[in-house]
Ligand binder design. Structure first.
Ligand code: NAG
Length: 217
């Protein structure tokens, strides 16, 4: 092979492995975390003979999750932390409940694509691509929308009654970055925020108070 061909091949392999990046494949049938032993941030697996059917069943999403702050939005993330059977399987999900008018603020998941299936209600639902083009519409019970990995997305209950969605992620640890909190609730230097948003020190202070750590959510 010529050096040039080799170079092209390496670039191709780098690109294709990037495009296919996902959680690692499991190396055993399942791995119920042994919560007593934490090994450099990963739990070891319990002896498989100690696993029971209840490790593979999660009943906690029969009911809505916790109410976050004042917003009429409740989220219950379901990951290996609460549902041990999911560990190492490369997926997780979330139940989200919205009161009428309730919103899920613009946010993104750095490590996962999400499909959001509407179980109940009418939800204005959308995402923004990397050219700032928005793809959004109202979807109803029985419909599903996909939010591509890493892209900003948002939802709002536009019906008169409560709405519920089931979001599914192709990662066991999708991550969650809420834009208002990441920008105003973190400790970015105030001068930079003033310049970036054309806001006064007083206005930035207001945003910080609203989205600061004590009001996360
Ligand atoms: C797992 O449990 C089985 C049955 O109790 C036992 O025979 C086996 O040695 C255990 N394996 C390990 C790695 O501890």
């Amino acid at each position: 092979m010529s050096p040039k061909m080799g170079f092209v091949l390496v670039i191709f392999l780098l690109c294709s492995s990037g495009a296919l990046a996902s959680d690692p494949d499991p190396v055993q049938d399942f791995c119920i975390p042994n919560t007593e032993i934490l090994h450099s941030n990963f739990h070891q697996c319990k002896n498989a003979s100690a696993a029971t059917v209840d490790d593979f069943v999660f009943s906690g999403i029969k009911n809505p999750g916790k109410k976050l702050g004042k917003s009429d939005f409740l989220a219950m993330p379901v990951n290996a932390g609460v549902f041990p059977g999911l560990n190492t399987l490369g997926m997780s999900f979330v139940r989200a409940d919205f009161g009428p008018g309730g919103i899920n603020v613009p946010h993104f998941h750095p490590r996962a694509t999400e499909t959001a299936f509407v179980l109940e209600g009418k939800i204005y639902s959308g995402f923004v691509d990397s050219t700032n083009r928005v793809f959004a519409k109202v979807i109803e019970k029985g419909e599903v929308m996909v939010f591509p990995k890493g892209l900003l997305h948002f939802q709002m209950n536009v019906g008169d009654s409560p709405a519920t969605i089931l979001g599914s992620f192709d990662s066991q640890n999708p991550g969650l970055v809420k834009i208002p909190n990441a920008v105003f609730g973190s400790e970015i230097e105030e001068e930079l925020l003033e310049k970036a948003f054309g806001l006064s020190s007083k206005e930035i202070g207001k945003m910080r108070k609203k989205f600061g750590t004590q009001h996360k959510g």
